[in-house]
Design a protein around this ligand. Structure first.
Ligand code: GDP
Ligand code: MN
Length: 382
C-alpha cells in the first residue's frame, strides 16, 4: 500500500527525521488560510500516489497566502499521470542548496533490505540509474544486525555531506531505517533530502510503501489508506477477502486457490481467449463471497463471459453451486457463465447447476473452450 507524502512524513517525523510537515488542504480557501497560519513563503504540493508531481505542475512555490490560493486553484483538479488531484499539502518553503536521494528498499535479488543513496537528488532515481548508474550507492543491510555505524558514515561520505551535518545525517538515516522496519515497509524514501542555504538537513518529500500482507498488525497505518486512489474493484475485493487483479481480456475468471487460478488463466489463453482478471475467492467460499466476486467481475465492462472453476476440498461444491445460483439472481448484467465444479459434493453441485440452466463442463479444457466460444459469440465482441 502506497502512502501519500503527508502520511509518509507523519510517520518519519515520529522517528526523528527532520521535516516541515505543513497542513493538508482540499480547497483554495483552505490553502490560503493554511499559508496565512504558516506565514512566509510556502510550497503548495499535490498529494497523489504517482511520482514526478513537480514536473507535472503539481508542486508550486507561493510567496503569500493569496498566491498560495491561486496555486491551489491551479493544482486542484489537475490530472497527474491519470490521477486527479483532490488533496494538497501547504508547507513552509525551504531554500535549497543541495538535493539528495536517500531510500531503503526490500531488494529481492540481493535478499536484503538495501540503502540506496545518490547526490543526484530531486529527479526520479530510475532516471539516474539509467543515465548515470555510478552516481548511485547501493548498500545491503545485514538481516540480523541491521544498520551499522560504519554504513552510516559510508553513505554520508558517498553523498559528500559536510562534516558539521554528518551527525544530523546519521539521525536521518537511522530514523528512516527504523521507520522502514517498524512499519513493515517495502520502500521508504526521501527525495529530495536537502541541505538548506542555512545549512539544515530536511526531508522535503517522502514516500513509504507498506507490505499489504503485514497491514493486519498495523491498524493505525491501515487507516492511512487513500481509497480515492485505489481501483474500486480492488477495494471491494479486499473488503470481501478476495484476491483480485484486473487484466485486459474478456473472460472473467472465478476460481478458488491461487495456483488453480493461474492454471485457469493459462487454459483460457490456450483455448484462444484472454482472461479479464485473476480472482481467487479463497477457501470455504460462501454465497455472499461468491456474489461479491461476480459483482467485481461484472463491474469490468470488457467481460463477455465468466468461467467458474472450483475444486471442492474443504469447500463444498453444492454450497458454491447454490451460491452461484443465488448470486446470479441479484446481478444487473447477464453474461454467459460456464461452471466447472469438481471434488467434494460435485454430483449435487452438477444437479443444482443443471436445474438453473447453467452451462457446465466436466474438464477444465472443456470449460475454457466453452467460455472462449461464449465470449466470442456474445454481443459487443470484436
Ligand atoms: P515529486 O516531483 O513528486 O517528487 O515532488 P517533490 O516534493 O520531490 O518536489 C519536486 C521538486 O520541487 C523538488 O525536488 C524541489 O526541487 C522542489 N521543491 C519541493 N519543495 C520545495 C521547497 O520547499 N522549496 C523549494 N525551493 N523547492 C521545493
Ligand atoms: Mn520527490
Amino acid at each position: 500500500m502506497k502512502l501519500q507524502e503527508y502520511r509518509s512524513k507523519e510517520i518519519l517525523a515520529r522517528y526523528g527525521v527532520p521535516l516541515l510537515a505543513g497542513e493538508v488542504a482540499t480547497t483554495p480557501e483552505e490553502a490560503r488560510e493554511a499559508a496565512a497560519r504558516i506565514g512566509g513563503p510556502v510550497v503548495v504540493k499535490a498529494q497523489v500516489l504517482v511520482g514526478g508531481r513537480g514536473k507535472a505542475g503539481g508542486v508550486k512555490l507561493a510567496a503569500s497566502p493569496e498566491e498560495a490560493e491561486r496555486c491551489a486553484r491551479e493544482i486542484i483538479g489537475l490530472d497527474i499521470k491519470g490521477v486527479t488531484v483532490r488533496t494538497l499539502v501547504i508547507a513552509p518553503a525551504a531554500d535549497i542548496a543541495k538535493e539528495y536521494y536517500l531510500g531503503l528498499i526490500l531488494d529481492r535479488s540481493a535478499k536484503a533490505v538495501t540503502i540506496i543513496a545518490s547526490a543526484e537528488g530531486g529527479v526520479e532515481i530510475e532516471d539516474t540509474a539509467r543515465t548515470n548508474p555510478e552516481a548511485i550507492l547501493r548498500l545491503a543491510l545485514d538481516p540480523l544486525i541491521g544498520l551499522q555505524e560504519f554504513q552510516v558514515r559510508r553513505v554520508g561520505f558517498f553523498l559528500g555531506i559536510a562534516a558539521e551535518l554528518r551527525r544530523d545525517f546519521g539521525s536521518v538515516l537511522r530514523g528512516l531505517t527504523t521507520a522502514f522496519f517498524e512499519t513493515d515497509a517495502d520502500l521508504a524514501e526521501v527525495n529530495p533530502l536537502v541541505v538548506t542555504t542555512d545549512a539544515r538537513l530536511l526531508a522535503l518529500d517522502a514516500k513509504i510503501v507498506l507490505d499489504e500482507s503485514a497491514l493486519p498488525r498495523h491498524p493505525d497505518l491501515e487507516a492511512m489508506r487513500d481509497l480515492n486512489e485505489e481501483e474500486p474493484a480492488e477495494t471491494a475485493a479486499r473488503e470481501a477477502g478476495i484476491s483480485f487483479i484486473k487484466l485486459d481480456g474478456t473472460i472473467g475468471c472465478m476460481v478458488n486457490g491461487a495456483g488453480l487460478a493461474m492454471a485457469t488463466m493459462d487454459l483460457v489463453k490456450l483455448a484462444g481467449g484472454e482472461p479479464a482478471n485473476f480472482l481467487d475467492i479463497g477457501g470455504g467460499a460462501k454465497a455472499d463471497r461468491v456474489a461479491a466476486a461476480f459483482r467485481i467481475i461484472l463491474g469490468d465492462p470488457n467481460v463477455r463471459a465468466i468461467l467458474v472453476n472450483i475444486f471442492g476440498g474443504i469447500t463444498r461444491g453444492d454450497e458454491v453451486a447454490r451460491g452461484i445460483v443465488e448470486a446470479r439472481s441479484t446481478l444487473t448484467r447477464e453474461v454467459p457463465m460456464v461452471v466447472r465444479i469438481v471434488g467434494t459434493n460435485a454430483a449435487q453441485a452438477a444437479e443444482i447447476l443443471r436445474q438453473a440452466n447453467l452451462i457446465t463442463a466436466d474438464s477444465l479444457d472443456d470449460a475454457a473452450a466453452k467460455a472462449v466460444a461464449a465470449a466470442s459469440a456474445a454481443p459487443g465482441s470484436a
